[in-house]
Design a protein around this ligand. Structure first.
Ligand SMILES: *[C@@H]1O[C@H](CO)[C@@H](O)[C@H](O)[C@H]1NC(C)=O
Ligand SMILES: *[C@@H]1O[C@H](CO)[C@@H](O)[C@H](O)[C@H]1NC(C)=O
Length: 705
């Protein structure tokens, strides 16, 4: 008697509204699942239309096309004789739900709406969907006519039910539901559900994979059972990187893991499990049995099908249960080298651009962006070596030779075709940054330019003189603060204009079609403080490091130095960060941290407190007194907090036009999706700052007494 079951989890690079592409990837995953002998296949959340449809979920077209694609899938050969759990949005009685559709051989068994919606951070599911709150209840759902023709069903069960096959019971938990304190898998497990599916769209956040793994291992450790976690992979159409890492776990052990960072469009992980292991694991706990005997039951939707094969084990599959594996977790530095690189690749190929253009300043930030592109080139070469035909096809299209037999074999060579860097110097630039930029470009193979923009700066100044009869001066030469700022800003903004011109025309100069995407390099801390010129090189098409702190970027550069043996990177780490927009004189060298009035480490602390711990000025002050009170006087801490909030609030307007950045930290100030706040503040914060000052004075007085 076989109680062995082979289960498949599909990890797909779906894309919002790309119905055709999504369909092909789903079909491919079904094909692979069946080839591997699976009898059940589960895929990521909303896989038919793509998770990132956002406000397109308000359009009826999205629902119509989802049904159309489901119809095509149900009719396909690939979808026969396998139980399928697929994600799409469904309107039930005029209410929109985020659903799983279970079907087997052209019959829909159950439509399971999501019970708890993801509605914080980057997620706004409640804007489009309603959670299903009739727990353990099913209703009749009337199918659209095109589906009735295939299934010969008029209505199907809709609601919080589970699937009963001849040999086991399957229940669903949708993404966010796992994170809620009272997860459905607990009561389902008590009711005899043995296999849980969790279809998800979870994005990459630095150092977060552990948390997800712990939840999943924990779920099956406590309750027993098999957990199938299916996650999307890729950029979708968003500023998030969905990071796969699909999992299969049984009784607290992980037995299969999908890649977290890869360029695969379709990945299917399968495991063979012995369902008896779940029963004996559960049977071993008396207290569980008592709870289970007393637990309310879920409505079951029965399907006349066995997941396990009954007869003699066929010679095709030498079936054995999978053994526990060691889960693969990357260091944060390695995550930075991989996540943003995968995101860039997806964006590049989907935007049909010919490559990237990056202004290279010789500093940490643009160096990090350049290294991420280089890391991407390495991933592409590796994928091509593994004969990833999609990657090879995409590479040919990107370099403008779709019909050639080009195969990327050398990261530097590939980089030279698609990656363009430029050092744009002025009279205030130093020789060291210029050399560093050139050496880095040389090392990573980018097509590098080195230009002087002084003539353009002086053209602007002459024009200004003609209009106004005045010439502004730098502070070191006796100019005012305003003059000093204006002179810096004009240099910075000219770079942006030039960057776009080069991005548009460089491929043309090289005899190639297409144009380049401009990459930005401002990091999360500078954005928060507003330490950047609006519409300078921080304005670009996309920014791979806009969600990463300076501290992490330094760690990343160190990592790359070792990983690719690039000693020259140490010179980037050793140099003090500087904008190089002011003249260097005997007793003045511009330094970022001096300009900002705070260190990068302090900024990172302020950023986390503001966003993650949800601190206004006053509570940030009181928390910092607790944390730094042994080193700094309350009035000193007060001064720092007030300085931060002052700069943050006068510069908040810059966040409204911040370049779309990959979001992989939880304290990003991105005003467009993640951090919704006003952009015109009363930057004097009179009430708040007075309260801080009073409290600081009070604490100091108490200390003295
Ligand atoms: C499903 O997985 C997600 C992780 O992406 C987790 O947050 C969620 O809690 C899981 N759902 C359930 C019901 O366990
Ligand atoms: C499922 O069980 C029923 C009742 O015992 C039996 O008639 C049917 O053949 C079984 N189906 C499969 C696919 O094993």
């Amino acid at each position: 008697m076989g109680h062995l079951i082979t289960l498949a989890v599909a990890q797909l690079d779906q894309w919002a509204l790309d119905f055709e592409g999504n369909f092909e990837r789903i079909l491919e995953s079904l094909k692979i699942a069946k080839e591997k002998g699976a009898t059940f296949r589960v895929g990521p959340e909303l896989e038919i239309c793509g998770y990132g449809c956002n406000d397109h979920f308000l359009e009826s077209d999205t629902y119509l096309h989802s049904w159309e694609i489901l119809a095509k899938i149900m009719k396909s050969d690939e979808a026969q004789n396998i139980l399928v759990d697929i994600g799409m949005p469904v309107v039930h009685k005029d209410v929109k739900y985020n659903c799983r559709v279970f079907f087997y051989n052209k019959k829909i068994l159950l439509i399971r709406p999501k019970l708890h919606l993801a509605n914080d951070g980057n997620y706004r599911e409640a804007r489009w969907f309603t959670p299903w709150t009739k727990y353990r209840t099913l209703e009749e759902h009337y199918l659209p006519r095109m589906i009735r023709e295939i299934t010969e069903q008029t209505t199907v069960p809709f609601g919080d039910g589970v699937i009963a096959t001849n040999d086991t019971v399957i229940g669903t938990e949708l993404c966010e539901e796992l994170f809620t304190p009272n997860s459905p898998h607990i009561s389902m497990s008590l009711d005899g559900v043995e296999i849980f599916t969790n279809s998800s769209c979870s994005h990459h956040e630095l150092r977060k994979l552990n948390k997800r793994l712990d939840l999943i291992k924990g779920a099956t450790q406590k309750c027993g059972g098999v957990y199938l976690y299916a996650n999307q992979q890729g950029c979708d159409g968003e500023r998030l990187y969905y990071d796969g890492s699909s999992l299969i776990a049984i009784n607290g052990d992980v037995i299969a893991q999908g890649s977290q960072f890869s360029l695969n469009d379709v990945e299917v992980i399968t495991s063979t499990i012995d369902i008896e292991d779940v029963r004996s694991y559960r049977g071993g706990s008396h207290s569980r049995c008592v709870q289970a005997a007393n637990s309310p039951s879920y409505p079951r939707c029965y399907v006349d099908f066995c997941l396990s094969s009954d007869g003699p084990i066929t010679s095709y599959y030498n079936l054995k249960p999978n053994k526990p594996i060691e889960v693969n977790i990357h260091s944060a530095e390695e995550e930075i080298s991989l996540g943003p690189a995968c995101w860039l690749w997806d964006y590049l190929r989907r935007s049909k651009s010919g490559g990237f253009f990056l202004p290279l300043s010789g500093g940490i930030d643009s160096c990090s962006t350049a290294l991420i592109v280089y890391s991407m080139c390495n991933l592409v070469v590796e994928a091509a070596k593994n004969n990833n035909l999609q990657v090879i096809k995409d590479a040919r299209t990107i370099i403008g030779e779709p019909d050639s037999d080009y195969i990327p074999t050398d990261p530097r060579e590939f980089s030279n075709r698609i990656f363009h860097t430029c050092y744009m110097r002025t009279e205030n630039s130093g020789e060291e940054t210029r050399t560093r930029a050139k050496d880095l470009a040389d090392k990573i193979g980018s097509y590098h330019l080195d230009v002087c923009i002084d003539t353009i700066v002086s053209a602007f100044l002459s024009l200004f003189l003609m209009i106004t009869g005045k010439t502004p001066k730098f502070k070191v030469f006796g100019g005012s603060f305003t003059e000093n700022q204006a002179l810096q800003n004009i240099q910075a903004r000219i770079r942006m204009v030039l960057a776009y011109m080069l991005a548009q025309l460089l491929l043309w100069c090289r005899g190639k079609p297409g144009s380049l995407l401009v990459l930005g390099s401002s990091n999360v801390d500078e954005c928060l403080r507003g330490y950047l010129t609006k519409y300078d090189c921080s304005s670009a098409d996309i920014n791979p490091i806009g969600g990463i702190s300076k501290k992490d970027l330094r760690g990343f550069i160190k990592f790359m130095e070792k990983r690719y043996n690039m000693p020259l990177l140490n010179s980037f780490l050793d140099a003090p960060p500087t904008a190089e927009l002011e003249p260097i004189t005997e007793n003045h060298i511009q330094k970022d941290e001096v300009d900002m009035g705070m260190t990068y480490d302090e900024l990172s602390t302020f950023g986390r407190k503001r966003k993650i711990e949800k601190c206004g000025p006053y509570s940030m002050f009181t928390k910092l007194v607790q944390e730094m009170g042994d080193r700094l006087k309350p009035t000193e801490i007060a001064a720092k907090v007030k300085r931060f909030f002052f700069y943050y609030s006068i510069n908040r307007h810059k966040q409204t036009v911040i370049t779309p950045a990959l979001h992989c930290e939880s304290y990003s100030p991105d005003d467009n999706r993640f951090d919704l706040r006003p952009f015109l503040y009363n930057s004097r914060w009179t009430w708040q700052f007075r309260k801080i000052d009073e409290t600081a004075a009070l604490i100091e007085k108490q200390k003295e007494e």
